[in-house]
Design a protein around this ligand. Structure first.
Ligand SMILES: [Zn+2]
Length: 302
């Protein structure tokens, strides 16, 4: 889809013939040319022929040619002198409809884009898009209707219109973890969690990790967890997902130290003088006993 917009206005001298009434457009009417000519030829033919019939715009695969200003009516809808199609609608012809094919498809894509812009420009809703058939019953735009794409074509215009009215915020750039980064854990989402480009609010990428999904984690920062894609998910105190760190290979566990101190009793000449848990105290007890001229000193485990 791409086109240039070119204006090749109907001379004012021909307004009485082809655009006699001032108009405030309320609708856009879509036509197929039922021909295999480019917009350039359709435009030249419409401007030069002596008939009353005309249209505002011709669209093909490369250009949009604007021919009658949108504040003048044109006779294109077949609904009579006072008909809304003829008096309140902008007529857009899509070229190459007779044989169809690639260039027609391109022309149709251009018509969708251009029509969406016209709606926005004129402040009209997508429901303002009509088919020639809706005004007069004629089988036009024949290719769109014959191929049963009437609803889809209008929906495509409405979707493009919505995009133009509500442009998506520019998605911040996501930086992937370095190639050397290793997985440090996994998370399993407990609800749908939007992804962020950076570990901070206001950087949503538009992606959502659905509830029940598992994702590998490569970094953790302030409650934000980085995925392989580079995006970050906020933990929100564990409300968003469960996190399971990778088990580190642990060194073989040493025997736990004996926490119960061994208690020694000191017996001097058959009489216990004390029970000590520390070596120093035992030695002190022994030396005091020697000072007291002890004959027999025994140290026993309690
Ligand atoms: Zn038509």
């Amino acid at each position: 889809m791409s086109y240039d917009i070119r204006q090749q206005w109907l001379p004012k001298s021909k307004y009485p013939l082809k655009a006699p009434y001032a108009m405030t457009p309320k609708y856009v009417t879509i036509h197929n040319t039922w021909n295999d000519a480019p917009a350039k030829n359709e435009a030249n033919f419409m401007l030069s022929n002596p008939k009353e019939t005309g249209f505002h715009v011709a669209v093909d695969d490369v250009e949009v040619v604007e021919l009658i200003p949108f504040n003048r009516n044109a006779w294109h809808a077949g609904d009579g002198l006072e008909g809304k199609g003829n008096r309140e609608s902008i007529g857009i012809e899509i070229c190459y409809s007779k044989s169809g094919g690639k260039r027609y498809e391109e022309a149709e894509a251009n018509a969708i884009e251009y029509t969406a812009h016209v709606l926005v420009q004129l402040g009209l809703p997508p429901s303002a898009v009509k088919y020639h058939q809706e005004w007069s019953g004629k089988n036009c735009p024949h290719r769109i209707l014959d191929e049963k794409r009437g609803a889809a074509f209008k929906r495509a215009i409405a979707e493009r219109y919505e995009e133009l009215k509500n442009p998506k915020p520019i998605v911040p750039q996501v930086v992937k973890p370095p190639a050397s980064a290793v997985k440090i854990g996994s998370l399993i989402t407990k609800q749908d969690v939007p992804a962020y480009a950076r570990p901070e609010w206001g950087t949503q990428t538009g992606q959502v990790v659905r509830k029940g999904q598992t994702r590998h984690v490569y970094a953790v920062k302030n409650g934000w967890y980085q995925l392989f894609s580079g995006e970050w998910l906020p933990s929100q105190s564990g409300a968003n997902f469960d996190y399971v760190p990778v088990k580190k290979s642990e060194p073989p566990r040493a025997e736990p130290p004996d926490v119960k101190p061994s208690l020694k009793r000191v017996i001097v000449d058959g009489k216990q003088v004390g029970a000590f848990s520390q070596q120093d105290s035992v030695l002190r007890g022994v030396s005091e006993a020697l000072d007291g001229k002890a004959k027999n000193i025994r140290i026993e485990d309690v």
